[in-house]
Structure formats: structure tokens, C-alpha cells
Design a protein around this ligand. Sequence first.
Ligand code: MG
Length: 401
Amino acid sequence: MVAPPRRAVAILGSTGSIGTQALDVIERHPERFRVVALAAGRRASVLAEQARRFRPALVSCADESDAARLRTELAETQVVPGAAGLVAVAVESGADVVLAATDGAVAFEAIFAAVEHGLTVAIANKEVIVAAGELLFAEARKSGASILPVDSEHSALFQCLQGERRDRIAMLVLTASGGPFWELSEHEMHRARLADALRHPTWNMGTKNTVDSATMMNKGLEVIEASRFFGVPADRIEVLIHRTSVGHGFAIFSDGSIKGQFSLPDMRGPIGYALAYPDRLVEPRQLDPLMALGGRVGEDVTALRFERPDRRRFPCLQLAYDALSAGGTAPASLSAANEVAVRAFADGRIAFGEIAEVVKAALAAAAPRALSLEGVREADAQGRVLAQRAIAETKSSTGVV
Ligand code: MG
């Protein structure tokens, strides 16, 4: 058997949750991967430690002052700060695969550059697919770039759709854990605090993702993401609550057959699949089928339970469907307004229940822009301004609670 060639990997967002887990995967498979470039934001000391471990030729961080320090610490590594550094990591590092593991809009330009260069781009940066997915996939068709999903649900669907015709998809189903507030009453949920949200049942992720999981905006953004990835409209994408997060996604086909993907919740699975695609990595396996499906030691039965979410209780999920149906730059406005609302909640300026109200108000006031990169940027900026305005008018910030 011929060994697969070692892939050169560049990571945008190497110090975040996905970035560090990707480095775990790479460290476990040195025969398969090498790190050629890393980009981080403000966690420069973590970046320095990663650079000493993986010896990339190029690193990038947000600030010039951090960059100066990194240059003296890492004598053999080129250090390019800021937006230019992100682009350099993406397209000037000689990477075969660029893993986009950044949050928000910071790496949009670098991700587009990687796609324009025809590279393989593994995307965990949800916002870029949500806001500019149509543009990104159009560019990939021109350049020949492959865009691979890293999000667990989209990785699941991508795996289910291998070898299948897209016009034979009847429905795609994304599973959702329901988040930390699933058991709460509507009233309790309205007043829930950040500390409560950070106690997420199964996945370990950043603050933004955790709050998005609690509002189910995360799942809403994933519905939009799935529509962009697989070319399926809003009315053929469903969400089912599945608290144990063992089944990640299902495709229902034209003949009624269903394919699903199951694995214990561990992001290193989908990350490894994207990095090694179309191959699979060889990992220590769980050979007890019940345990592999989330069963407990010594028990001879396990159950997989799915339930329909109530979109009234989770208005953010409905808002995402609305934005997807509206199309154009509405998803960009939605994502930007949500970022601002989540920040306001995390800072204690608005109540949990007001996140959806802020996003809804911003979405209603947003004027559609042309579907171009420029239009997406304008919609993003406008969404932020409209969200700030809506926050100033909430009961919490006006003291009328
Ligand atoms: Mg997900």
C-alpha cells in the first residue's frame, strides 16, 4: 500500500477551540500532516507555544506589538501581523489544506483568498458560509477549490451524501443538543445568565458558540450553512433535538431511505475527516456497538431519542429560517446582529430573552444590499448598527425590567 502524502496544513484561528483540537489531531498523525502556518488573534503566548511545538515557517497574530515579541522569541519563523498576516497564512504558506477556525468576520478576506487560489479549505467559521456562502461556492466553482465542512452536523451530512445525487435528496436533518436551557420554562429562560449558559451538556466550545447553542441561533445558522453547502432550500432542512449528540445529521432520500452519521461527540472526528478527506484517519476504535452509540458500561441497552424543537420557545431558530427564505444579504444581517446581541448579553447589558428581540428588530430594519462581497460587508456593518440601536431600546438597558 502506498502511504498517502503528508499534507501541509495552515490554520486560521489556531488558539481557539477548533484550532487547538485540530493541532491535537495533527500531533497524533505526524505521518499524515505537517503544520506550515498558524494565525491567531490576541493569544500570542499560546501561539508562541504552538509555534515551538509545530515549527511552522509562518505565523500571524492580531497586533504589531505581539508580532515584535514573537519575532524575537521565534527566530526561524516569519511573523506577519494583522489582516495581511491572515491572507499570507492562507495563500503564501504553501498549504494544501487551509483550516478556517476563526470566529466572526475577521478572516473573510483570507478565506476568500484561499478559495480564489483553488486550495482545499476546511471551514469551521460558520459566519463566512452564512453571510457569503453563495459567493464563496460560486468562486470555488471557478477556481476549482474544494470547500469542506468541519461543523459536526455538516460533516455528518457530507459523509451521508458521498456518492449520492444531489437531486435525490428529499430532506436534510440536523440534530441539536437543545443547549443548556432546554429544560427551563419560558420565564426561567428569559432571565437565564451567562454562567448558566456556559454549562453546556455535551460539547466544549467558546462563549459565542455556547450562547448561540442556548438560543438555538447556532442551529439556525447551521440550517443556513447546510443550505449553502448542499444546495437544499429552507423547507427541506429540519432540526431535531437529540440531547446525547451521538447522531449528528441525516439525509432522507427520494426513495424514503435514510442515511445518518453517528459518533460520540468529539470535534476531533469531523476535523480529522476534513483534513484527511477523502481518506479516513486510523484512530483507536470503540468496538462495543452500544458504547459507540453512547451506551454506558455494563448496560445492555441504549436509546437514541429525537424530538421536534418548538420554534416559538427558540425564536432565534425561526429568525434564521426567515433570513434564509428572504435570501440575499439577510443572513449576513442576521449573523452580524446576533454577534452584537450575544456580546451585549455576555456583558450583562441585555437579558437572555432579549437576544432574539434585538436580532428580530435589526433584521426587520435591515435594507437588503446587492449580493456581492461589498454588499455583504455593508449588510454586516448595518446589522451591527441596527442591533446596537435595538439594544439601547431594550427594557434591560432602559431600566424598565
Ligand atoms: Mg455544530
